[in-house]
Design a protein around this ligand. Structure first.
Ligand SMILES: *[C@@H]1O[C@H](CO)[C@@H](O)[C@H](O)[C@H]1NC(C)=O
Ligand SMILES: *[C@@H]1O[C@H](CO)[C@@H](O)[C@H](O)[C@H]1NC(C)=O
Ligand SMILES: *[C@@H]1O[C@H](CO)[C@@H](O)[C@H](O)[C@H]1NC(C)=O
Ligand SMILES: *[C@@H]1O[C@H](CO)[C@@H](O)[C@H](O)[C@H]1NC(C)=O
Ligand SMILES: *[C@@H]1O[C@H](CO)[C@@H](O)[C@H](O)[C@H]1NC(C)=O
Ligand SMILES: *[C@@H]1O[C@H](CO)[C@@H](O)[C@H](O)[C@H]1NC(C)=O
Ligand SMILES: *[C@@H]1O[C@H](CO)[C@@H](O)[C@H](O)[C@H]1NC(C)=O
Ligand SMILES: *[C@@H]1O[C@H](CO)[C@@H](O)[C@H](O)[C@H]1NC(C)=O
Ligand SMILES: *[C@@H]1O[C@H](CO)[C@@H](O)[C@H](O)[C@H]1NC(C)=O
Ligand SMILES: *[C@@H]1O[C@H](CO)[C@@H](O)[C@H](O)[C@H]1NC(C)=O
Ligand SMILES: *[C@@H]1O[C@H](CO)[C@@H](O)[C@H](O)[C@H]1NC(C)=O
Ligand SMILES: *[C@@H]1O[C@H](CO)[C@@H](O)[C@H](O)[C@H]1NC(C)=O
Length: 559
């Protein structure tokens, strides 16, 4: 009955339309068109096998397809589908090629589902398509050609399993956003990208792209973001990038780029906010022009071979929040070379500062204490760093520190008790220095998760107050001169995971409450003077995987 009525309705319409002859074509194609839209959508639905979020509940015959969830149509007749958006609906299955028949489609968004199979080449027929987001699925195969989608503005297929190359025939007229990161793409960056002059964002990080960054990219006069990290790009720092004066973010971390960074980099790129060059083979000095890009907030030069000094004008970067210079050959060995640290105090937004694995030496200037009170992470340890003198007193001012890493230097003197007043501290690395004196019992007032104080000259007892740690997972104070017993309190720490106390002068018996440490995986007590029986409760430590008790004087019967 319903079918009949609709047929009559359609006939009536045809008659009405036929009366004004000049719109007949228009109308009949609309009848055909909207039935095609309907069957395309149903075909799409049929190709997805699971719908845990019940996106398709409303996709019923009794409801006009323009009212189906995720579907938008244009308002004026003929009603045609212009947008299909089924983000995060738990869709499993394939993308039906029938979607290529939604000829009025402007926006197709299937982000964050579990779609597999290939991207149907028929999507390349959608000439009105402006936005195509298929990111965060498990799509396979190659990218089809979108050369005819001349209205395409956004193409996002990142986080899939796509293979093949970045297409050389992308539509050039309107494309602004090209995101293909986190796939298995290979081949080189096509020089034809240089013809897509409206591009504002290119992202192809986490692929296997090889070769040079082509000079043609210099034509991208609107480019703001270029994300190319974790690929196999080679060659020198691309001169083409110096032409991109609109660039805001440049991320080329973990590639094989080499040579010097152009000295005028930041005068050429005055709008730069993100400059991430870590994990390449760059060498030479950090160009002093860096401090001319006054909007910079994220600098990562880590894991290169930069030499010389940190620019003394670094404090001009008042928006800086992340400064990662670790794993280079940067030096600061006398007062003049440390001047940058005074200047860095002007970076009042600084949250992370790392100069681990460089060539720092001498006393840490007291201006460390003038760094931003926002500072959460401070790393100055390891490798050729040879900082000396007392524990840097400036740290007492940095009330929001979460991580302090000073390991592998030549610090001497006692570890000050005020560290325990840094309430936010979660990790402290003081290992492999020459700290003396006792371990401050006040440390247990912090929320430490990791205490790294091994390989120093620490004396005295392990503070029983350590039983008050509520979040400690790692206690590493081996290779010191500690004596006294292993306090029973440390086995009460509810989170304790690893206890490494070897190579000290600890004596006495092991506490019998040791079996309470249900989380404990690693217990290393070797090379001490521990004696008596090994408590049988040790067998209650359900998680224990590695116990090292050798080179003590435990009763033979228990060994
Ligand atoms: C098809 O289009 C005609 C004319 O615009 C309209 O009357 C009819 O309701 C549409 N049918 C469907 C299923 O959308
Ligand atoms: C698509 O749908 C998601 C979830 O309903 C929504 O957050 C997003 O804004 C939509 N996108 C567009 C472009 O309409
Ligand atoms: C829709 O598309 C498919 C595959 O792309 C094609 O084979 C079919 O003929 C089209 N159907 C209609 C009604 O246009
Ligand atoms: C693009 O359109 C032209 C002309 O209609 C056609 O010959 C070509 O095959 C189309 N290309 C793709 C990839 O669909
Ligand atoms: C993608 O590459 C990774 C590593 O090279 C490989 O393990 C994986 O199987 C590849 N996936 C596909 C779909 O080719
Ligand atoms: C890019 O544009 C140049 C002219 O500026 C042209 O010679 C070249 O063929 C174009 N490349 C592509 C792939 O469209
Ligand atoms: C890049 O800029 C330099 C200097 O402004 C200019 O000489 C060169 O032609 C530009 N390169 C391209 C490819 O536009
Ligand atoms: C860039 O910074 C340097 C050193 O701070 C300064 O001498 C130079 O004038 C600056 N250049 C521009 C263009 O601001
Ligand atoms: C860094 O540079 C030094 C000398 O300039 C060189 O000996 C060393 O091999 C380089 N290291 C790397 C990882 O390139
Ligand atoms: C930073 O602040 C100090 C005073 O605290 C000032 O002398 C210096 O000029 C400022 N600017 C820079 C770039 O260091
Ligand atoms: C820290 O900054 C204050 C105010 O800018 C200044 O007076 C003081 O000398 C600085 N201290 C150090 C050690 O640089
Ligand atoms: C451990 O914490 C308790 C309160 O939970 C407190 O009474 C005691 O003094 C602390 N012990 C040490 C040694 O700090």
């Amino acid at each position: 009955m319903a079918a009949k009525v609709s047929t009559i309705g359609q006939l009536l319409l045809l008659v009405l339309v036929a009366l004004s002859a000049h719109v007949v074509d228009y109308s009949s194609s609309s009848l055909h068109g909207n039935e095609t839209d309907r069957s395309s959508l149903l075909g799409f639905k049929d190709a997805t096998s699971l719908e845990p979020h019940q996106a398709f509940m409303s996709w019923k015959d009794s409801t006009h397809f323009c009212n189906w969830e995720g579907v938008l149509c244009r308002m004026k007749a003929p009603r045609r589908v212009t947008s299909l958006n089924l983000t995060s609906q738990g869709l499993v299955g394939h993308i039906s090629p029938l979607l290529g028949n939604l000829t009025f489609l402007q926006s197709l968004i299937l982000t964050d589902n579990t779609l597999t199979g290939e991207i149907p080449p028929s999507l390349g027929h959608l000439r009105r398509l402006q936005t195509l987001r298929l990111n965060n699925n498990m799509l396979q195969g190659r990218l089809p050609s979108f050369a005819n989608c001349s209205n395409l503005r956004v193409l996002d297929v990142s986080v899939n399993n796509l293979v093949g190359r970045i297409p050389v025939d992308l539509p050039t007229r309107h494309l602004q956003v090209l995101q293909v990161s986190a796939n298995n793409l290979t081949g080189t960056i096509p020089t034809s990208l240089g013809n897509i002059t409206k591009l504002t964002t290119i992202s192809f990080s986490f692929n296997h792209i090889t070769g040079y960054i082509p000079n043609e990219l210099a034509h991208l006069s609107n480019l703001q973001y270029m994300y190319a990290s974790v690929n196999q790009l080679v060659g020198r720092f691309p001169q083409a990038i110096l032409n991109l004066s609109t660039l805001v973010g440049l991320d080329i971390v973990l590639n094989g780029l080499s040579g010097e960074v152009p000295p005028n980099l930041c005068t050429s790129l005055p709008n730069l906010q993100i400059l991430v060059l870590g994990g390449n083979f760059f060498r030479g000095h950090i160009p002093s022009s860096f401090t001319n890009a006054s909007s910079l907030n994220d600098i990562d030069l880590s894991g290169n071979n930069f030499t010389g000094l940190v620019p003394a004008t670094i404090g001009k970067l008042t928006k800086l929040s992340w400064l990662n210079l670790e794993r280079n050959q940067l030096q600061a060995q006398n007062k003049q070379e440390w001047v940058f640290l005074d200047s860095l105090g002007n970076c009042t937004e600084l949250q992370m500062f790392s100069m681990s694995w460089n060539r720092l030496s001498g006393d840490v200037p007291s201006s460390l204490g003038n760094l931003s009170s926002q500072l959460q992470r401070l790393y100055m340890g390891m490798a050729q760093n040879q900082l000396s003198g007392d524990f840097p007193s400036g740290i007492a001012n940095l009330r929001n520190l979460i991580v302090v890493s000073l390991g592998g230097n030549h610090f001497t003197g006692v570890v000050p008790g005020w560290i325990g007043t840094l309430k936010t501290l979660q990790q402290i690395g003081l290992h492999t220095n020459s700290f003396t004196g006792v371990i401050p019992s006040s440390l247990s007032k912090s929320r430490l998760g990791g205490l790294y104080m091994f390989s120093n000259q620490l004396t005295g007892h392990i503070p029983p107050s350590f039983g008050n740690f509520s979040m400690l997972q790692y206690l590493g104070i081996f290779n010191n001169h500690l004596h006294g017993g292993v306090p029973m309190e440390i086995f009460r720490i509810p989170t304790i995971f690893q206890i490494v106390l070897s190579f000290n002068n600890l004596d006495g018996k092991l506490p019998s409450n040791i079996g309470n440490a249900k989380q404990l995986v690693n217990l290393v007590l070797s090379s001490n003077k521990l004696s008596g029986d090994i408590p049988s409760t040790l067998g209650n430590c359900e998680s224990l995987e590695d116990v090292e008790l050798d080179s003590n004087i435990f009763s033979l019967s228990t060994l």
